[in-house]
Design a protein around this ligand. Structure first.
Ligand SMILES: [Zn+2]
Length: 222
């Protein structure tokens, strides 16, 4: 028995010294996070449009790129819509109010860690650039918006800043979330980029990086 003890001791010591480093690989950095993606508009509501380019279609494509990127980092993703229908799934009597009401219910139903409402902007002034909006009374929303904005900036080159708002989707939801205007469809240059799947992928990567930075900032207590 006496001889066994040193062995046990040595084994315990070795296991302390050579303790395997269990690290979450960067590809699983968003494991256990539930994220809802909300592609704006759909169905009879095309959102902004220029010629044959419709916002609702591009919102969906950006969300598909985001889904792929976020899933590759371990997150569980739900979408409020996956085809060209709004939440009412009606092809008559379109009601923005009904659509938004159902959208909010659907987002909260998943009890997500956060949600992103994805949109494209339009203006007659030639404006361009991405912009992230957060609910005006939400400090967490502001923090999330800032992290996503900082990460998107090198990709979109935006000179805009994050902005407080009281848009229904961020105001009425119980969940933490932001609304991202990824760029202006009305700006010819930006429209060209927004239509390209390569750029959609870049947006998806930068937004995902922003979400990671947000969680890192929470963990580091900054
Ligand atoms: Zn929109």
């Amino acid at each position: 028995m006496k001889k066994v003890i040193p062995f046990v001791f040595m084994f315990a010591l070795c296991s302390l010294i050579f303790k395997p480093v269990i690290s979450v690989s960067s590809s699983q950095s968003l494991a256990k996070k539930v994220i809802v993606l909300d592609p704006g508009h759909g169905g009879m509501d095309n959102g902004a449009n220029v010629g044959k380019v419709n916002e609702d279609e591009l919102n969906l494509k950006i969300c598909f790129a985001l889904k792929e990127e976020l899933e590759s980092r371990g997150a569980t993703i739900y979408l409020t819509r996956t085809d060209d229908q709004d939440m009412t799934k009606r092809d008559y009597n379109y009601s923005k109010q009904d659509d938004m009401y159902l959208r909010v219910l659907k987002i909260d139903e998943y009890k997500p860690d956060l949600f992103l409402s994805i949109h494209l902007n339009s203006s007659s002034s030639g404006a361009w650039g991405s912009q992230v909006f957060y609910y005006q009374n939400s400090q967490e929303g502001k923090r999330l918006a800032q992290n996503i904005h900082d990460s998107m900036k090198p990709v979109t080159g935006t000179r805009k800043n994050i902005s407080p708002c009281s848009f229904y989707v961020v105001r009425a939801t119980q969940s933490l979330g932001v609304l991202i205007e990824c760029g202006f469809l009305s700006n010819e240059n930006e429209r060209g980029q927004l239509k390209s799947s390569k750029y959609q992928k870049k947006l998806a990567v930068s937004i995902s990086d922003g979400i990671e930075s947000y969680y890192q900032s929470l963990n580091s207590g900054v």
